[in-house]
Write a protein that binds this ligand. Sequence first.
Ligand code: CDP
Ligand code: MG
Length: 735
Amino acid sequence: QKYVEEKMEDTGENMDQKNWEKLQSNAALLKFGSKDKKDAPQYDLVFEDQIDFIKSEIMEGQTIESITNPELVKPEDFKEAEREAMARVRMSLPMYQYRQQFLDAVRDYQVLIIEGETGSGKTTQLPQYLHEEGYTRGGKKIGCTQPRRVAAMSVAKRVSDEMFVKLGAEVGYSIRFEDCTTEKTIIKYMTDGMLLREFLTEPDLSSYNVLIIDEAHERTLHTDILFGLVKDISRFRKDLKLIISSATLDAKKFSEFFDGAPILSVPGRRYPVDIFYTKAPEADYLDAAVVTTLQIHVTQPPGDILVFLTGQEEVDAAADILKVRTMGLGTKIKQLVIACIYSTLPSDLQAKIFEPTPPGARKVVLATNIAETSLTIDGIVYVIDPGFCKQKNYNPRTGMESLIVTPISKASAGQRAGRAGRVAPGKCFRLYTAWAYEHELEANNIPEIQRTNLGNVVLVLKSLGINDLIHFDFMDSPPAEALIRALEQLYALGALNDKGELTKMGRRMAEFPLDPTLSKIIMCSEKYGCSEEIVTICSMLSVNNAIFYRPKDKAIHADNARRNFFQPTGDHMTLLNIYNQWRDTDYSTQWCFENFIQHRSMRRARDVRDQLMSLLERVEVEPVSNGSEPIPILKCVTSGFFYNTGKLQRGDTYRTIKNNQSVQIHPTSSIFQVNPRWVIYHELVETTKEYMRCASDINPSWLTEVAPHYYKKKEVEEEVKQKMPKGVGKSQSDR
Ligand code: CDP
Ligand code: MG
């Protein structure tokens, strides 16, 4: 480290830390022909001091032509060598063969559908080709949407590396609560949700010359809405080029939707993949996946393994089990490098999946669906597919959204298997029977628009002046019931009037990239004098799943630490308490560590908070604090969450007030086992039972106060009369 600093001094201004790190990894590139970072430190002192050593290494056959001056290897030489190497990598991608054809088609047609195997270079190359061809002249942008945050970030990073520019300068990304772009940005990767929001500020998207709707086959809610919107603007902005890119064979459907747009198909580099099924169904697919991984590791020739699991908990659990079992085997087996990837994994840890596997070792990547098509991991030869994914489901009747582990579709199974055949002939182990594949899997995934809550999207569309949602140009229409439910909810929240038109309140709510319930409580917070607190609670809710850290060997300490934050009124105030305590330590990392709190999540909550505070300014809500007095804060929360009310029945069972569903307080809640008579909750989650997550004790009289149009006074009073409130519920009713 010391040396790095000295070096930075003598090489002057154009050698910053980043460049230096790059050079260090280049040194490794020279020796190994790869960027194996593990070995990089050997070349820490790469310039004058070790030049002879490096030269001798180069002479041993691993030459890089551009190092022409035998006297001294200069930083520029490394850069030049790296540029050449990168150009070669880029030219080796299947997409490169179609570069000219692609550019011709874009020139000749306004809308183009591109279909190509995952890893063929759609996401990373197409924007660069367009840039090279001059589509960014005059500072106009090329936008490329991704359904997943992680993909947007990682692909932007990759492309900035390929173009040798700093991430966030010419190449940047924009995801919710994180904008890594500048005025210089000409290639912008973003989540589909972010592009949707850009319509609010720039309805004709005039700063873009080209829009690429990537991963179209994923058919996420936002992508589906974008289809309708971009089709519409392409009609009055004839200069705008539109590219719809997809990994599977849906291209025809996209072409039909876009008035018969031409399809460019790019055949992938795909080796054959042998598919194996289990003879009988697996009772425990997680365990089966771990066992299969170890069997492959011990019996199969080299090649990395990709395992598809359904969520972070499974990925972490599988990683733990694998660590323990491989440790038990000691040096009897080769090293198994375990890498994880899921959407909430911090970006520095995500990078691990892209690191080359050390010689002699094998890598296993434990992934969620994200590795199905959004991310390409090189070197995978074996795929383990348990046949499940976590899917969002929405019941418009109850208004309940749940994440349910669901069998994948045949299309997904095909994509997963395909991941094994990118670099060599591969094998895919399906942990289900051939019969189940034939008879139990649907052909295709159901588009998200048909299984999700539409509240936020309807609000955005209404803000764009699209009033007639029934006749919006949907590729596949959402269920009418779900649309009606969304309209009803927005009406109940005061975002729409009785004619279904956007109200002033609704217009301001649409400024927030949040669920309408949360936007509503932010808007109401002014009235209750607690906007500072409400914004904190909303920020904490955005990281709520990952606040506490619970190592198995210190579970008791962790649980105690968590309990110390508990507030008698419930989880909303507990979240506020955690944040405020952290703030009072001046955002200390040490404090998080001592309290078993994930610092990273807190940092993210702080970022989200900063952004929400600046949005407050935009909608002209005063930032005020009420000193964290619970009643006004909870009343304010109730003003958005009055839909989510539970009333205690007997024991620990609640009934949701509007749908009469039987639910319980989540065991991690601060009011678990306290069981106040009335609660509001943030969401329902379904695991073994249906749980209310993030619940707080309320006084039912607030319901008629904050949502008189929704709760009739009599209705609530009768409920109250039936039984006297008990426990904390009583104390609140008395207040
Ligand atoms: O979009 P598509 O699936 O067609 O491919 P891509 O994401 O553009 O990836 C093309 C190639 O870039 C992959 O085969 C990887 O070798 C490489 N890549 C990478 O090394 N790191 C990334 N973060 C993304 C892509
Ligand atoms: Mg892609």
